[in-house]
Design a protein around this ligand. Structure first.
Ligand SMILES: Nc1nc2c(ncn2[C@@H]2O[C@H](COP(=O)(O)OP(=O)(O)OP(=O)(O)O)[C@@H](O)[C@H]2O)c(=O)[nH]1
Ligand SMILES: [Mg+2]
Length: 286
């Protein structure tokens, strides 16, 4: 760690400072019956965390406001948040094949069908820039979209698609995890969680994996427009969001940044853009 996590501002320090307390981890593990994966071996001789940690947080401003439907504090770096241009650049299946221009990027990851491609389209205000489908498993590569010629949104394949052949799932898992560990220009991962259904074990495992590997993360709760309790496991999105946070609480010293969204109503779109803008501007400056 390059920084003392206690010195980090609360709203972002969380993504960098997972609890390493073995007791806490063990208790949580037994409570949730989830397997916390061991830290993977280094993929190369380089350190796994390529981005200096001081680039990954934004100091909160005096009198800053908290963005609606989130715990994200708006600070002085939240400029140039509008999207004026968006274009598909390339699909890659290896980290080395990704664009080499060093522009800052944000990766959207989450279970298959959680709404990654739909969220990307909502953010850029285009219906079909990223391909979406009712059928899980639509996105199969690392897809780079350049925004305003100055940063990237990255659409990734979903995890947990049971119908995909084992080798395909294993391969996706390998290349997306390699990308997280080795992509130097990755400012933050946006982990999408479906807020219309109760928490899934695989999402908790993914949050844990990102935390253990000190990969900066924001939780994006999707499908917050789906409000029919009966149809969706008995709880409203707000309740599922709260439950998820309670389940991951012990993984982190304090709550990771989170935000509620819908690609149908565009809830959270402007707020995500502000969040990305301040992360990006701070990252560029330091
Ligand atoms: N009601 C509702 N439906 C959504 C929302 N976001 C996505 N969907 C629907 O969920 C389905 C999957 O959306 P995608 O955006 O393709 O999901 P994905 O995560 O990219 O899926 P993969 O590429 O297969 O991993 C589609 O039928 C979308 O219309 C949302 O915010 N609200
Ligand atoms: Mg997709």
């Amino acid at each position: 760690m390059l920084l003392n996590p206690r010195l980090l501002p609360r709203f972002l320090s969380t993504s960098l400072s997972i609890s390493k307390n073995p007791r806490t981890t063990k208790t949580l593990k037994s409570q949730l019956a989830i397997s916390i994966p061991p830290r993977p071996p280094p993929i190369s001789d380089d350190p796994q965390i390529q981005i200096p940690l001081e680039k990954l947080f934004v100091p909160p401003a005096v009198g800053a406001r908290v963005l609606r439907g989130s715990n994200i504090v708006l600070g002085p770096y939240a400029r140039d948040a509008q999207v004026t241009a968006a274009e598909f650049v390339k699909s890659s299946t290896k980290t080395e094949e990704c664009p080499a221009d060093g522009l800052p990027e944000f990766a959207l990851v989450g279970r298959s069908n959680v709404g990654k491609s739909s969220l990307l389209n909502s953010i850029v205000r285009r219906k079909k820039l990223a391909l979406t489908s009712k059928k899980p498993g639509k996105t199969q590569c690392i897809n780079h979209f350049r925004i305003n010629d100055s940063w990237y949104l990255v659409d990734l394949p979903g995890y947990g698609y049971a119908a995909a052949p084992h080798e395909v799932r294993f391969n996706w898992d390998q290349f997306t995890k390699d990308y997280f560990l080795n992509r130097q220009s990755l400012v933050s991962v946006f982990l999408l969680i479906d807020a219309s259904i109760p928490a899934k074990k695989i999402d908790l495992e993914y949050a844990s994996w990102l935390g253990q590997n000190e990969i900066p993360m924001t939780l994006i709760f999707t499908k917050c427009d789906k409000r029919k309790k009966k149809k969706n496991g008995g709880k409203r999105p707000e309740e599922n969001v709260e439950d998820f946070q309670n389940l991951i609480r012990d993984f982190f010293q304090s709550a990771p940044p989170w935000i509620m969204t819908s690609s149908v109503t565009n809830q959270g779109r402007d707020e995500i853009l502000l969040h990305m803008a301040q992360l990006r501007n701070y990252w560029l400056k330091h």
